[in-house]
Design a protein around this ligand. Structure first.
Ligand SMILES: [Fe+2]
Ligand SMILES: [Fe+2]
Length: 124
């Protein structure tokens, strides 16, 4: 229960969030550097996929949300380097990613189903 703290209501996006949570569940003291690399790559790919899916399905992807993906991608790269240098324990790593994911999903992803054009305007 991190990225999947709440369902955004789009199957493909919820599945990608669940996959990222799954990577966090797999984190151990032994494999943590490998898993951090996987989570970083999976998240950065996911942000792009989420933007594409929203565009394809006419879902709400605000400029603010897009900018946050960009900012977070930078943060995630920095974090990856920092973890390699400082070698924190599994719990610290888990807590750090959990906080990032819960914050992102509740502040941004939660609203993508509030479609950009909600009726009112003729045409289909
Ligand atoms: Fe997402
Ligand atoms: Fe997002």
């Amino acid at each position: 229960m991190r990225y999947t703290t709440l369902s955004v209501g789009v199957l493909e996006i919820d599945l990608q969030h669940a996959n990222i949570d799954q990577l966090l569940f797999e984190l151990t003291d032994e494999n943590r550097m490998l898993v951090v690399d996987r989570i970083t790559n999976a998240l950065i790919r996911h942000f792009l996929a989420e933007e594409r899916l929203c565009a394809e399905q006419g879902l709400l992807m605000t400029d603010e949300h897009r900018r946050e993906h960009e900012r977070l991608s930078g943060v995630l790269r920095m974090l990856q380097d920092q973890i390699k240098k400082e070698d924190p324990d599994r719990e610290t790593i888990l807590r750090t990613y959990s906080n990032i994911l819960v914050e992102h999903v509740t502040r941004f992803d939660a609203f993508i189903c509030e479609r950009e054009t909600s009726g009112g305007g003729g045409g289909r």
